[in-house]
Write a new protein. Structure first.
Length: 100
């Protein structure tokens, strides 16, 4: 079982730098949300039916590079937090306080 958050959506994808497809094909995946009301899928189902992931690598890269999405405004905080499972140094000053 994997809770994929916004890395993999059912029949869609968000963040692509996570290695979800190294998991067994029967692994249940639960995204953070889904726009069509689905709540669970498997790695194997997504490899078969996900319209972005069923393309060759070059086509996939082209799709993702041409989404023209803005740089996520909290990504510079989110990635380091994800790397330590959300456990941050609570004694550190907030970023806003440092920049003011």
């Amino acid at each position: 079982m994997a809770f994929t958050g916004d890395a993999l959506l059912i029949r869609g994808c968000g963040r692509t730098d996570f290695q979800i497809f190294t998991l067994p094909m029967d692994t249940l995946i639960y995204p953070a949300h889904d726009y069509k009301g689905f709540t669970v899928s498997t790695v194997g189902e997504e490899m078969l039916y996900n319209p972005r992931l069923t393309r060759d690598e070059e086509t996939f890269r082209n799709i993702m590079e041409n989404l023209n999405l803005p740089y996520p405004k909290m990504i510079d905080l989110a990635v380091p937090a994800n790397m330590v499972c959300g456990l941050q140094d609570l004694s550190a000053k907030p970023v806003e306080a440092i920049s003011n």
